[in-house]
Ligand binder design. Sequence first.
Ligand code: FE
Length: 169
Amino acid sequence: MTEFPEPVPPERQPEGMASDIVIKAQPDDERVWVPMDENVWFRPLCLHTVEGYWTSLLRVRASGVVSCHRHPAPVHGYVIKGSWRYLEHDWIATEGSYVFEPPGETHTLVVDEDVDEMITWFLVNGAMLYMDRDGNLTGFSDVFQRIEMCREHYIKVGLGADFVNQFIR
Ligand code: FE
């Protein structure tokens, strides 16, 4: 039997520390997934209003263009299931891939026809800037816009306006 030491007592933790988040990333309750488009959902994990980032799972269940967007700040991703790619690159992000997306890049996320479902964890800093094919800004997402999307959806599906609060730091 491995003997563990006593846990560090609560009084040793700094005052004002945020609480941790430990949740089943792929939820049992389908309502937790927030629809973004037909066959496209995101599942919030941590919505950080002070640092201005969010982490979530992106799930896509149809082939096609998910979005064309520009990143003003870095993005990190990890593919949990399926695969996807950017039209601007010759690589494919497959199950188990880690992806770093540098600030400044504009790219078009697509899912190919042989993929039934893709699920990817993303950490998006700052914002997503949605672009048309001519490079004009057509919309954006930031952590506050994501919180609003979640809140509206969770009210609609009966989880309530406060359901999103557990993900906010
Ligand atoms: Fe991207």
